[in-house]
Design a protein around this ligand. Structure first.
Ligand SMILES: Nc1ncnc2c1ncn2[C@@H]1O[C@H](COP(=O)(O)OP(=O)(O)OP(=O)(O)O)[C@@H](O)[C@H]1O
Length: 270
């Protein structure tokens, strides 16, 4: 099978006042069509830096120093701004930890769907309203909430809206950076179940980033373990759970609260 996304030898530095700081050093991995790849590791190990660099959303002082990012064989690092605008949302989209990072606080929900849809092709307002209603209902939000502003919704609802927005143009890959970390565990579980259901229905791949290795083991097909800017181990979720080969992975498991440890349930039993 040819990979949907292939990352080869990626290095990202932050150019700070002193020495450049290498946040991501020589990282390589692939994501297959319809696969959930988890990227786990302690705070500051470089997970978000990878996510932003993949979408070319990194900004100075971050600089991609080396490596290749291939999306269906196309070299993302050589995309023009026009290529990037067409590619984002339609082929790859991102859900951030806080929906307030994905959603504008000053615009209604509909306005944000409309702007995104219009940027990717001709669409009438009525068509955009139908599409928005459909997408909101798909993630369990009543369609009339499209006229609300994000702050009028609960945190869980906002995260569902961010997910609906990310899925609207049916991208092949969704990058989720701690998508449910700010939510309570019940809402977190509901949203992740929704992601799995939609993935089965629509067939997209996910790069799922979290520091919560137990949660990750429950929803990922494969898991990469990051430490200090490197992937120290990558394997199927079952391998990472039952026979981690790296001491650091073992220590991540040992750091888990006892009840969360080594979930026996199969994937999808979030
Ligand atoms: N703008 C910046 N300037 C300098 N260093 C930065 C900047 N942003 C991030 N870093 C550093 O890069 C490293 C990786 O950060 P990153 O946010 O990618 O980690 P992370 O694994 O996503 O952490 P978390 O789980 O806490 O979000 C950290 O040491 C961080 O301090």
């Amino acid at each position: 099978m040819s990979a949907l996304l292939s990352v080869e030898g990626l290095r990202v530095d932050y150019l700070t006042a002193g020495e450049p700081f290498t946040a991501v050093r020589d990282i390589s991995f692939e994501i297959q069509p319809n696969e959930i790849l988890g990227l786990a590791g302690e705070s500051g190990c470089g997970k978000s830096t990878v996510a932003y660099a993949l979408m070319r959303l990194h900004k100075p002082p971050a600089l991609v120093r080396r490596g290749r990012i291939l999306f269906e064989g196309r070299d993302v690092l050589s995309f023009s701004d026009k290529d990037l605008r067409a590619w984002r949302w339609s082929e790859v989209s991102m859900v951030f930890q806080s929906a307030m990072n994905s959603l504008s606080p000053v615009m209604t929900i509909f306005r944000q769907f409309y702007d995104m849809l219009r940027a990717h092709g001709p669409i009438t307002k009525a068509e955009a309203q139908d599409r928005t209603a459909h997408m909101l209902e798909m993630v369990g939000i009543p369609a009339d909430r499209m006229h609300s502003h994000p702050h009028q919704l609960s945190g869980g609802m906002r995260q569902r809206v961010a997910l609906a927005l990310a899925l609207t143009l049916q991208p092949k890959l969704i990058i989720m950076d701690e998508p449910t970390t700010a939510l309570d565990v019940v809402v977190q579980r509901e949203i992740l179940q929704e992601v799995l259901r939609l993935k089965d229905e629509l067939g997209f791949s996910v790069l799922f980033i979290t520091h919560d290795i137990a949660l990750m083991a429950q929803i990922s097909d494969r898991i990469g373990i990051m430490r200090a800017g490197e992937i120290v181990e990558i394997g199927t979720a079952a391998q990472i759970v039952t026979s981690p080969s790296h001491d650091y992975t073992r220590s991540l498991w040992e750091a888990m609260p006892i009840l969360a440890k080594r979930p026996k349930g199969a994937r999808h039993a979030v």
